[in-house]
Design a binder for this molecule. Sequence first.
Ligand code: FAD
Length: 268
Amino acid sequence: MPPSADKHFLARIVERRDLSPDLWLLRVDPGGPFEHRAGQYATLGFERDGKRIERAYSIVSSPYEKSLEFFIELVPHGELTPHLYKLKVGDTLLCRKIAKGRFTLDLRSGRTQHLLVSTVTGIAPFVSYVRTLYRDWKSGDRAMPGGHRLYCLQGGSRSWEFGYREELESIAAETPWFEYVATVSRPWEDENWTGETGRVDDLLRKFTDSWGLRPETTTAYLCGHPNMVENARGILQRARWKKDAMFEELYFQPGKSSQPAQADAATP
Ligand SMILES: Cc1cc2nc3c(=O)[nH]c(=O)nc-3n(C[C@H](O)[C@H](O)[C@H](O)COP(=O)(O)OP(=O)(O)OC[C@H]3O[C@@H](n4cnc5c(N)ncnc54)[C@H](O)[C@@H]3O)c2cc1C
């Protein structure tokens, strides 16, 4: 048991899939009963020389799944990710017993359209929303309750950074309540890419218009890189989105280590 057994589980890696030299997916058995809602994050870490390093990671998996899934980017000069990057199946890490965060789907405001905007690993909470709703929809085999619809834009430098594109495209093709568009910002490094090009914020107005999304009926969720979140917030504000209809999950603040305590402040 870890020294902090009252607060932490010793989670075990059950699967690892590398997408690129700095992006990978981890599936972990949390090592005890871990409850969460789609869109929340777990706090992962390790202890070395009596010092504990911990960071927040959005949970990709749905609460219906037994194991927890994460989509992680290596920050070469970071404190935690170089350590996480070395871990293989069977290795352990610390996982706080309590999930946190309020970046969950807004089903109460009366707005029934949901615009999900992300950069690379920022897709994680949105995959959790979609997997959860998809499972409910399949088991009920009926229209989405309340007529909710989700519209997702994901940006990456190159197409191999998307991680969940096939899964999301397949759900979008099957269901009437989900749309997904991926965009590549460095098409010159990805010659076979035939989809959208540009940064995700470059495409925001085009897709809010083509999807017919209106500020009065749409909640926007911005997740991932702080520059994208700032740009997207400005673009949506200029299109008359009000602050209470925009939720943000910033993955880091430039120049600062992302301690989990800051994560709460980043949520709506
Ligand atoms: C709510 C929440 C959810 C998160 N979910 C995820 C997730 O699903 N997947 C994921 O990979 N990360 C996620 N993060 C970021 C994660 O918590 C860490 O900040 C990140 O993994 C870097 O940790 P580190 O200890 O290696 O680097 P740190 O030691 O924390 O950072 C070192 C320096 O790098 C900067 N930095 C941190 N991250 C990046 C980055 N991605 N790109 C460029 N510079 C950076 C920091 O500002 C700092 O200056 C999330 C953060 C929050 C707040």
